[in-house]
Design a protein around this ligand. Sequence first.
Ligand code: ZN
Length: 453
Amino acid sequence: MHDIVRKVVSGRLEDMFEADALASDLSGRAMHHLVSELFPICRSITGDGVRQTLRKVQEHIPLTTCEVPSGLKVFDWTVPPEWNIRDAYIKNSAGERIVDFRACNLHVVGYSVPVHVRLSLGELKKHLFSDPAHPDCVPYRTSYYAPTWGFCIAHDQLVALQEDEYEVCIDSILEPGHLTYGQLRLSGKSSDEVLISCHVCHPSLGNDNLSGIAVATALAQHLRNRDLRYSYRFLFIPGTIGSITWLALNQSSIGKIKHGMVLTCVGDAGAPTYKRSRRSNAEIDRAWIYTLQQSGSPFTVLPFSPFGYDERQYCSPGIDLPVGCFMRTPHGQFPEYHTSADNVAFVKPAALRDTLERAIATIDVIENNASYINQKPMCEPKLGDYGLYGGIGGKSAGDYQMALLWLLNMSDGDASLLDIAERSNLSWDLLTKAAEALTSAGLLKRVEDVSGK
Ligand code: ZN
């Protein structure tokens, strides 16, 4: 870790969090409850809203908080000044708050500079933003790098505004401070890492922001209880500038990341979507697509494109990590996206749970993927002599025997379990059980056992 980064580890962190309440709740309601607790907080790419969010996550997992000072150069970018806001409103001449930040934090354009003035309707309108396509929703807008101020309001309200003298106040502070992010590393047998990344920079938006945080937190809880092959690095970071900052400060350890996924928009009722990494056919890409296929329900696979969430940075050409992005309905493709309608009710407990289970299934694949060598490759071994054939009827037994035969046939030291799974279209559970049985019977050997690695 770069020594300019201040790490904040609260004293008795290990004692603070609940063991695995989020991961063990099969209904997804515990994750949904976390979404509802985080929803009111006004987050941005920096500031106390991010810190408050990470403290809440720390009740569930032992996250470390890192503080990076404003002004630090990170590749082509600079860590921005820290933004905090206490209050904001537009009052009419009768003194009534007609727009109130305390009622909905989306009303203020993120990173608005402080202002306190009286304006005519004409002047005020230059600073008002609405979305005519969704006239009853408050849109979400930011201006991180161009100093300005503004309010977002429902289009219905905008068109109904009367001529008046309006009092406009944004009580914000924009000054040198820190960019805050959270990280958690779970150690496995190998120091090679799997990266799980989500963004924590949107204010009161449910699916685009909080769903990813809830599932990543639950996934960390689940993995903490497992014997792991890989080490896992969870990042809870502000979008774009957070991943750029983390990558710039951790260039020496980027090579340890062997697989990765960005989790975003994972709580809506839509079908799953997986966006491939820049490498397109990395093991993580294939693992996700195989588990989606095995589920038997509809899903979409998108090619890589240099737009979207932090996979853009992880997959920039100089970094080129095998990091894909899992989502349900992609950003911009649900009408609630970046509006006040992306609220707690838009996030579904069952969708959060389904996402968690799919992520666990995919991790099972990369955790157990291995290549084997058939020890009796001259024609089929006589399986009955090893107690591996006959005596079992029914369809599942047939699949199990097919798994044995596929493994024996393909295990030339080159093909991996995932290769065999894709070709045979058999379930991961069946193939790993069959590989175990063949290994115990001395018919298969794992490549690393053979080469003595
Ligand atoms: Zn967004």
